[in-house]
Design a protein around this ligand. Sequence first.
Ligand SMILES: *[C@@H]1O[C@H](CO)[C@@H](O)[C@H](O)[C@H]1NC(C)=O
Ligand SMILES: *[C@@H]1O[C@H](CO)[C@@H](O)[C@H](O)[C@H]1NC(C)=O
Ligand SMILES: *[C@@H]1O[C@H](CO)[C@@H](O)[C@H](O)[C@H]1NC(C)=O
Ligand SMILES: *[C@@H]1O[C@H](CO)[C@@H](O)[C@H](O)[C@H]1NC(C)=O
Ligand SMILES: *[C@@H]1O[C@H](CO)[C@@H](O)[C@H](O)[C@H]1NC(C)=O
Ligand SMILES: *[C@@H]1O[C@H](CO)[C@@H](O)[C@H](O)[C@H]1NC(C)=O
Ligand SMILES: *[C@@H]1O[C@H](CO)[C@@H](O)[C@H](O)[C@H]1NC(C)=O
Ligand SMILES: *[C@@H]1O[C@H](CO)[C@@H](O)[C@H](O)[C@H]1NC(C)=O
Length: 561
Amino acid sequence: MKIKLLFLLVVCFHVLNPNVLLPEQPAIATALPLYTDSRWIVDESGKRVKLACANWVSHLQPVLAEGLNRQPLDVISKWIVSMGFNCIRLTWPLWVATNDTLASLTVQQSFESLGLLESIGAIRVNNPSMLNLTIIQAFQAVVSNLGKNGVMVIIDNHISQPGWCCANRDGNGFFGDIYFDPDLWIKGLTRMATLFNGTSNVIGMSLRNELRGPKQNVSVWYKNYYFSFLNVNSIITSSSFIRYMQQGAEAVHRANPDVLTILSGLDYDKDLHFLRNQPLNLSFTRKLVFELHWYSFSDGDAWSTGNPNQVCGRVVNALKDKILFVLDQGYPLFVSEFGIDLRGGSLADNRYSNCIFGVAAELDFDWALWAFMGSYYLREGVMGLDEVYAVMNWGWSGPRNSTFLRRLSALQSPFRGAGLDEVAPYQILYHPLTGLCVQRGSFKKPLDLKLGSCAESAQWMYTPEMTLAVNGTTVLCLQADGLGRRAKLRGDCSSPATKWKPISDSRMHLSTTLPTNSTACLDIDSKNNIIASRCQCLWGDASCDPASQWFKIIYSTIRRY
Ligand SMILES: *[C@@H]1O[C@H](CO)[C@@H](O)[C@H](O)[C@H]1NC(C)=O
Ligand SMILES: *[C@@H]1O[C@H](CO)[C@@H](O)[C@H](O)[C@H]1NC(C)=O
Ligand SMILES: *[C@@H]1O[C@H](CO)[C@@H](O)[C@H](O)[C@H]1NC(C)=O
Ligand SMILES: *[C@@H]1O[C@H](CO)[C@@H](O)[C@H](O)[C@H]1NC(C)=O
Ligand SMILES: *[C@@H]1O[C@H](CO)[C@@H](O)[C@H](O)[C@H]1NC(C)=O
Ligand SMILES: *[C@@H]1O[C@H](CO)[C@@H](O)[C@H](O)[C@H]1NC(C)=O
Ligand SMILES: *[C@@H]1O[C@H](CO)[C@@H](O)[C@H](O)[C@H]1NC(C)=O
Ligand SMILES: *[C@@H]1O[C@H](CO)[C@@H](O)[C@H](O)[C@H]1NC(C)=O
């Protein structure tokens, strides 16, 4: 449904008012502000709100949200909604809040100083009212328009000095780096938190993107031993002590008690292992969220050189130790950057995406895709640079890759969580490669199984006997009939071919024993029918791709029809 609409939008965009075409996305149907309740983000009424965000960059040299030269702001906001996102992670450079020379430039002056005259002309066409705004006013205008369209916003301090991020030695990586003065940082966070105090769609602040570099240091990250016996304000104003993530969080909370404070760990948002033994000590509760960034290149070249099952197993285990454990400690995890080259040509990205999609469905975490913006005014010296990870195309006229958006859509809805339309727990069989779930066949073929929208997934019971059963007039079990043949629902749940065991390091192969005594794995054919076939690529071979055989058994409590 959503994809058909998107297709329509592509074709008819110039003719039709996008308003009319928007799918049933509500305006913020959420009682803001948001809180945390154990590992979930919830609204005022305690109901889970799953953040399904996209990153939209506003921290590069022009310091303006990208794309305002391509489309009117309101059209862009409506694209965000029509693509199923309920939220934007909007980036900002610290200087916009601490450097009055910069903050008081008008958009026109900022672009002129960079020689971006063509962009000025295009902004004049698409968003004429922007040019005379100061860059901080323009930032507010973007937030405000997102709010009008029901989009929540997380403002993310991405860097200090405007420009592309991030490298170990770019001077913006850690407290004490040349462009990362902690006092100034606290001041900037306080200003932005104050500026958006009372702006209800700003539901969170990411304190700092991707801490990194040679100076990174766990005790400096906390630095709470002065904090415990000195007056908080004297710490904030004195420059003689180093202090940091806790103080940043306290400063934001004091200035704007409504927002979620979102903290990144070390090593480019990949490492919070130290929280295992030393929790944060904050004066407030129900507002703390941690973030994780995970790309294929976060794992070196493992995805292109290793066997995908083994790499997925190994990488996910490492992440459990470094960061995923915060969920078990009772904090929400916001995977605030992940994404792939949407042109489809990156082997590493494609393999990694099948792994992270499985984890995202299983853990049902909150997330922000990198990225929304199809291109940049100016990035790393290149005008009009294409963002190949973006859901928008280069010209911002429509989606870059509708297949990917369809694949993403199941992750945009919660699988479980407090206060939602809940039923007794059941399992769904999620297929990361397609983003689809195993459904029962049509009315005429009730014993057949195929992939389809997760919203209409079959509701399975994965039993202690390892059968996958569904309720009908009687209980039916998923059974393999032979290699290359369709797996079907059968009334006899005692045959070995009805027992399905997760195997391989990824735990995403579901294997069974055929009547011939050979082993088979659940798979799909070219028409997305569910079949059994020889288990493939279990280990060793780095050249083969197991993804058609990857299924994740996911716990769910959401009512589905
Ligand atoms: C403030 O911003 C201006 C304009 O970008 C820049 O030239 C100047 O160096 C900045 N000053 C500081 C102290 O960061
Ligand atoms: C912007 O400011 C200039 C100079 O002050 C003025 O001529 C122009 O009309 C203004 N444009 C808009 C859209 O307000
Ligand atoms: C971390 O910072 C503390 C406090 O400044 C310092 O004593 C310690 O040596 C640093 N550790 C590393 C590994 O640099
Ligand atoms: C936590 O911070 C409070 C002040 O907010 C302080 O009184 C308390 O001693 C601190 N606890 C630890 C374990 O540092
Ligand atoms: C935030 O705004 C509210 C009103 O919306 C006001 O009562 C409160 O004092 C403000 N807080 C700060 C720290 O400015
Ligand atoms: C879209 O992405 C998929 C992978 O998710 C890829 O196979 C396909 O080639 C891409 N299509 C286009 C038009 O880029
Ligand atoms: C199937 O039926 C049993 C017995 O009526 C019930 O306990 C169970 O919750 C049902 N499972 C699903 C997934 O509907
Ligand atoms: C399968 O294995 C079982 C138990 O090992 C044996 O009894 C049976 O004869 C075997 N069936 C075939 C078709 O080989």
